[in-house]
Every structure is written in structure tokens, then in C-alpha cells.
Design a protein. Structure first.
Ligand SMILES: [Zn+2]
Length: 238
């Protein structure tokens, strides 16, 4: 069983969790009958303040899906259990186990969707999920690399176990869904590459470094980790 670590959750992005749940957390997870819920599935209908928990989580993730990092809003996102409620009901209303994710259900050519709609209740790697003490936002590309075609991959220099976990993570969530790849490549990377191409030679070197810094500072940048991995490899930050 994954140990819940309060430092944060590393997925495609590093989600910095507060060290304690927000003060109203229990209130948001109290049923209409006034009972603190420990079972999201059972109590879902009577948790009338769930929206407030979602707003909090959305803010914590700077408005990005915990898995694919596309921009999400209150309307097009849902609360996701990192360890699925089917596997551990005790964690189903635990702040450290909850994130928000996209609701996209567009089917790829192979009929697959992505993120939690594809994952359903599969268990995924605890090591990547519950960041260890050394994990932080700028180290997430230790696990994932990015190609110009918009796809992501597990870094080859990882130890075998971690590599398998990173691969499984991409696979289970289908993070190389055609639409995700195209959006990363066309809507995000193409624009940056176009600027790069237009620059005079003497400015090109500094360009990637500046872009890296700019995106690192902006935690609500869509597909941020994809870009940090892609640009990071160009400037030797891995
Ligand atoms: Zn997503």
C-alpha cells in the first residue's frame, strides 16, 4: 500500500500539497446528516459542499489536470482518487489522496480515452505518486522525457523499477493519446519553435534557457511538464 506522503504528489507534474488539510476539509466532507465521510462513493450524493473541495484542489494545481496538464475548469473537471476508492476506501476522502483531473472523453483511433476516464480504478505506481522528500517541482523531468511530436516517454536512465512505473503511468493514463500529442505539439510547441526560428543566430542560445525559466515560473502553463522536459533536454537540464 502506498504511503501517503505530505510533501506532494509527483505525476506528470509535481503537486505541492499543503502540510495539513485545509481547515474546512472535514466540513466539505460532512454529509447532509452531519457525519464526517470516510467513503466518497457511498456519500457522494449527500456531500453538498464538494464543490468547495474541488475549488481548493483546482487552485492547488494551478488549474491544470493532475495527469495530462491541460487547462481544466470547475465545470470540466472531476475529483480523482490517486489510490482508487475501490482499492482503499479509507483514503477516499483523504486530502492527500485527492486531485482534480480533466473530464475529456474523446476516443482515440484505438477507442481509448485518457486520464482517469481511461484509468478507471487501476492501481498505479506509488513511488511516482507520493513524492519522496527529495521530490520537487523542478525535478519532475527526472522521470519523463518529451519528443517534438508531442509524445512523452519514461527516461531511459531511470533504475529499472522506476522506469517500469513511469512507463506504466503513461500507459495506464494513455498520455500519448493522439489528441494530447497533437495539442502539445501544435498548440504549445509549434509557437515556441516558430519564435526560435525567427530569432537572429546570436539570440538562439539564450532563447531556450529563457523559455525554460519562463515556463518554470508559470505554474499554470498548459502542458508545462511536457515543455520543461522538452526544453530541459536542449539545455542540459534533465
Ligand atoms: Zn487530463
Amino acid at each position: 500500500m502506498a504511503k501517503i506522503n505530505e510533501s506532494g504528489i509527483t505525476t506528470m507534474q509535481y503537486i505541492e500539497k499543503h502540510t495539513t488539510p485545509p481547515k474546512d476539509w472535514d466540513k466539505w466532507f460532512t454529509t447532509a446528516n452531519g457525519v464526517k465521510s470516510f467513503d466518497y462513493k457511498k456519500d457522494y450524493q449527500s456531500l453538498t459542499n464538494l464543490k468547495l473541495a474541488k475549488i481548493f484542489l483546482l487552485d492547488e494545481q494551478h488549474g491544470l489536470c493532475a495527469y495530462c496538464q491541460q487547462i481544466i475548469s470547475l465545470e470540466n473537471s472531476s475529483i480523482e482518487h490517486v489510490t482508487p476508492k475501490e482499492h482503499n476506501v479509507n483514503l477516499s476522502t483523504n486530502y492527500f489522496n485527492l486531485v482534480v483531473v480533466c473530464k475529456t472523453q474523446i476516443k482515440d483511433n484505438d477507442g481509448k480515452v485518457h486520464c482517469d476516464k481511461q484509468r478507471l480504478s487501476s492501481l498505479m505506481s506509488p513511488i511516482i505518486f507520493y513524492g519522496n522528500a527529495e521530490a520537487n517541482d523542478s525535478k519532475t523531468n527526472t522521470y519523463f522525457g518529451a519528443y517534438a511530436d508531442g509524445s512523452v516517454f519514461a527516461k531511459s536512465n531511470l533504475d529499472e523499477q522506476t522506469k517500469k512505473q513511469a512507463e506504466a503511468f503513461i500507459e495506464v493514463l494513455n498520455l500519448n493519446h493522439t489528441q494530447l500529442k497533437e495539442t502539445r505539439a501544435k498548440e504549445v510547441l509549434d509557437g515556441i519553435n516558430a519564435i526560435f526560428m525567427s530569432l537572429p543566430q546570436n539570440q538562439k542560445k539564450a532563447f531556450w534557457k529563457n523559455q525554460y525559466e519562463r515556463i518554470l515560473q508559470n505554474k499554470s502553463y498548459p502542458f508545462r511538464q511536457f515543455l520543461l522536459s522538452y526544453i530541459g533536454s536542449k539545455i542540459g537540464i534533465n
